[in-house]
Write a protein that binds this ligand. Structure first.
Ligand code: HEC
Length: 119
């Protein structure tokens, strides 16, 4: 009986470690789902591009810690999201999703913005 408990305990520990590791870098696919579920898109746009209500956060330059800190305690008008609403693991996935988005193109690489010059 003791042996069985030990094996069960060890298995639970291994699953826990595997789970923590898979979460360390975040799951962008799940992050996208959470970005939509938790309403980040309402202000930041579907692709984190920003809009009238929220800043551009796609391909954010914030560190993971900075990102977490900001969402928990925003500096200005953004509502705070507590651990109860979006837990750390969810935020890690949202961060991975934002990091997976392409960075902003410089204006010189957008043809429409350079048409006048070329004519
Ligand atoms: C009601 C609108 C609103 C919602 C919903 C919202 N934000 Fe924001 N967010 C803002 C605004 C506005 C800013 C610009 C700074 C400020 O006013 O706090 C901002 C700024 C940020 C920044 C800092 C950007 C930077 O580079 O300094 C991050 C990160 C961020 N939001 C993440 C999130 C995430 C993740 C969610 C969803 C869990 C979310 N926001 C939901 C309005 C919103």
């Amino acid at each position: 009986m003791k042996g069985t408990l030990f094996v069960l305990g060890a298995a639970a520990l291994l699953i826990g470690v595997a789970f923590a590791q898979s979460n360390a870098s975040g799951n962008a696919e799940n992050g996208k789902r959470l970005f939509l579920r938790d309403g980040c898109w309402e202000c930041h746009g579907y692709a984190g591009q920003g809009g009238t209500a929220g800043a551009r956060i796609g391909a954010t330059s914030l560190s993971m810690q900075g990102f977490m800190r900001y969402v928990r305690q925003p500096a200005a008008t953004m509502p705070a999201f507590t651990e109860k609403v979006v837990n750390d693991s969810d935020l890690t996935d949202i961060y991975a999703y934002l990091k997976s988005l392409p960075p902003v193109k410089p204006a010189k690489d957008i043809p429409l913005l350079n048409q006048m010059k070329n004519q």
